[in-house]
Ligand binder design. Structure first.
Ligand code: S3P
Length: 479
């Protein structure tokens, strides 16, 4: 599009290309049966932490099975900016030469964490007790997400943040020169906040304590222990549990084997339960109890899901998952206390619930409103547009299931820069009567870069629409 604004006489008109975001719409046609075995990528939470703890250890940490999605790649780049040497040795195999807990260098440029809330929050924690400053930003989604929840406890260590109103990115964090340890009770069930505080505690003298009322994912505690930090967990007299870390340890480098991501596995598993005649196997998935709530919920719904060959891999319980379409899902009320263990799986559960008989009630999940998008309103809009009745609550939603053959489909879903909304909507379309389109599938690359080829190999009928040819827009401006 070219616009020609009025200009003062004599000024030379110049046309400059203005980049407009390229979106990649994808349509899913009713599909099935889906059959096969899929290898989902490494766990996103564990991948971020492996790079960060590798940076804080002295010497070489090696990582196997690292998720090579955009979120984690942004963390790898950030670790380089703080002085670590981070190299890719081969697919999923990475090496990090770390600097020690007090050895971070001041980045020379802005740290862009892209779409990654986990990345930016954990990295801010990591540097909050080092005498350096760093400026952080991210994409439009990340710039809308609340950072005050970590800036408050980090201020307790002595870090100072300067940024936009409401604690939004971009912001500059100046780490404490003389940090003091903190004791902090989490006001929200958030592993990101817990982890940011524990990481900050590593470079503060003495003991830092985080108290959580509900158990959230515990990868930071597990990995800190593996790297040689003194970490302990115990019930707290006033309720919940206290996690203690002793500051200034010498972290010893590790070989980290990243388990496969249960949050990514949720999509092919849900797809197998939605598309008629399907049988989908997803081997080697982490069933860490702080992450496995979605699979408990599927069993409550009567899903034909087998958790086979349970074993231990690098300290994480793993199993092979096999989902078969049985057409007999029933709606359930998900216990609100299960929320932290399946917090990222509610969007795909909402899609699946459309195919169940009866209502699926999901409450106590107000946190979904501050994820990559407001996932409650995004899924309510997605389902309603595709003919599924859904009731929105401030802290959740109730999906009024239509049974295995009842979802009309036929609409376009706004993915709101949110990978999990995009993948959930594509799963919804697999069993619908009419195709479902997502307006932009690009965000999927943040967590599950191989999602579309994997789904196609299973038998899903996906159709990409080429991005509009006008990738740049020109605007007339004055010289
Ligand atoms: C994560 C914690 C969760 C989760 C996110 C990853 C982590 O966020 O939603 O995808 O790796 O610690 P909150 O801590 O904000 O609940």
């Amino acid at each position: 599009m070219t616009s020609t604004p009025a200009r003062p006489t004599g000024a030379m008109p110049v046309t400059v290309p203005v980049p407009v975001p390229i979106t990649v719409p994808v349509t899913v046609h009713p599909s099935g049966p889906l059959r096969g075995t899929v290898e989902v990528p490494g766990d996103k939470s564990v991948s971020h932490r492996a790079l960060i703890l590798g940076t804080l250890a002295v010497g070489e940490t090696t990582v196997e099975g690292l998720l090579e999605g955009e979120d984690v790649i942004a963390t790898a780049a950030a670790m380089r900016a703080f002085g670590a040497s981070v190299r890719r040795l081969g697919p999923g195999r990475w090496s990090v030469h770390g600097l020690g807990t007090g050895g971070l260098l001041e980045p020379e440029d802005v740290i862009d964490c892209g779409n990654a809330g986990t990345g930016v929050r954990l990295i801010m924690g990591m540097m909050a007790t080092c005498p350096i400053a760093a400026t952080f930003t991210g994409d439009a989604s990340l710039r809308r997400r609340p950072m005050g929840r970590i800036l408050a406890p980090l201020a307790g260590f002595g870090a100072v943040a300067a940024g936009r109103a409401g604690g939004l990115l971009p912001l500059t964090l100046t780490g404490a020169r003389d940090p003091v340890p903190v004791t902090y009770r989490l006001p929200v069930a958030s592993a990101q906040v817990k982890s940011a505080v524990l990481l900050a505690g590593l470079n503060a003298p003495g003991e830092t304590v985080v108290i959580e009322s509900e158990a959230t994912r515990d990868h930071t505690e597990r990995m800190l222990t593996a790297f040689g930090a003194e970490v302990s967990m115990a019930p707290h007299p006033e309720g919940g549990r206290a996690i203690r870390v002793l500051g200034r340890p010498e972290l010893t480098p590790c070989h980290v084997v990243v388990p496969r991501d249960p949050s990514s596995a949720a999509f092919p598993v849900a797809a197998g339960l939605i598309a008629p005649g399907s049988e989908v196997t997803v081997p080697g998935i982490s069933l860490n109890p702080t992450r496995a709530g979605f699979y408990d919920t599927l069993l409550d719904m009567g899903a034909d899901l087998a958790l086979e060959n349970r074993r231990d891999a690098s300290g994480e319980p793993v199993a092979d998952l096999c989902a078969r379409h049985s057409g007999a899902l029933r709606g359930v009320a998900v216990p609100p206390e299960r929320a932290p263990s399946m917090i990222d799986e509610y969007p795909v559960l909402a899609a699946l619930a459309a195919y169940a008989e009866g209502d699926t009630v999901m409450r106590g999940i107000g946190e979904l409103r501050v994820k990559e998008s407001d996932r409650i309103s995004a899924m309510v809009a997605c389902l309603a547009a595709n003919g599924v009745a859904v009731t929105e609550h401030e802290d959740g939603m109730t999906v009024h299931g239509l049974g295995p053959d009842g979802v009309p489909g036929g609409a376009t879903v706004a993915t709101e820069l949110d990978h999990r909304i995009a993948m959930s909507a594509l799963c919804l379309g697999l069993g619908a009567q009419a195709p479902v389109t997502v307006d932009d599938a690009r965000p999927i690359a943040t967590s599950f870069p191989g999602f579309m080829p994997i789904m196609e190999a299973l038998g899903a009928r996906l159709e990409r629409t080429e991005p509009a040819s006008a990738e740049v827009e020109t605007a007339g401006v004055e010289a």
